[in-house]
Design a protein around this ligand. Sequence first.
Ligand code: 5HM
Length: 160
Amino acid sequence: MRSVFLAGPFMGLVNPETNSMPTTEQLPFLTLIEHFEKHGLEVYNAHRREAWGAQVLAPEECTPLDQQEIRKADVFVAIPGIPPSPGTHVEIGWASAFGKPIVLLLEAGREEEYGFLVRGLGSVAAVEYVHYTDIGLATPDIDAAIRDVVDRVNNPATTP
Ligand code: 5HM
């Protein structure tokens, strides 16, 4: 396991007056990026790449970049978002179509607010769900979910 793609709500969180995501909205991403890098993983993340909204790429630029990075990544981790992030939902579709191991981070107690196809994705793709109240406190659960789902994809159960 060398790399992770981290997806989540972006443009809906960018303040048009400052062209930036507020610090509180950056925090879950910063926390996860730092956590993964500390463990030696290469992290693909558009929020950081595009300077939290200050250097947003054109749709024709970011779309192929994200798709290539998801193909390259060993695991795909996403915050689908409430309200739902349109871009993240496209990326979740790509990741599952590519057969990537997927970890979805859902807000605890609000599971019913997520789309049916997000909640049901585990029935057609390799998905682990982590239910969090604070991303910073959920990193052990996220690490365990990554290990489980990557292991599941790399060592599929063999039927006798
Ligand atoms: O629709 P939304 O902006 O919330 O989509 C966020 C997701 O799309 C992120 O996971 C990111 O990887 C990708 N994205 C991007 O890479 C989205 C935008 C703007 O929509 C962007 N670069 N400029």
